[in-house]
Design a protein. Sequence first.
Length: 221
Amino acid sequence: MTKIALFGATGAVGTRVLREALRRGYEVTAVVRDPAGFPDTGTGTGTIVVVRGDVLDPASVAAVAAGHDVVVSAFGPGRGDPTDLVTAAESLIGGVRSLGGDAPAPRVVIVGGSGSLRTPGGPLVRDGAGVPAAVLAVMRAHGDALDFLRSVPVEQVRWTCLSPPAQIAPGERTGTYRLGLDDLVVDEEGRSRISTEDFAVALIDEIERDAHAGRRFTVAH
């Protein structure tokens, strides 16, 4: 049975990833700052262990990651410093890279941002008109984190980054989505969106298929 260590398990994306993983019967270690305040996780055939950890600390990442098959980060800075996204990516890679032993190193799957995706017209999403300064700072930090990941040889750490579409919000789990790489996925009306539930489906599908090692990809309805 696949063992997943999940950072950011209490966030909007992380809670859906957790539920989807449990739904499919995986063993999940939810890594949080306050295990005592961990909410109800819903139902499923998988198992869950809640532990304390810090995605910004490579030593903490290494301690949690040991013995797992995949490390997932749905970390977001919230109202904190957007550059923590870069620190988190570096910490995840550094922590996993530091693991020794005969067992294969865990794969790393990171939830990225949409700002560095190309729009149908050519420019990046973050270069569009009217992006608020606070949102732009997060988009740029996600882009910097992706640039860092792309500098990591997949032979050292088998990483993947999944970027959301332009719009992501809680909604229905349909189990369907369309795939893209570095271009924003849009529908016939030019919309780019997905439910948080189907985004989680796509992330767990990637864990199962390992189809984008060393790459960023994106999804949308």
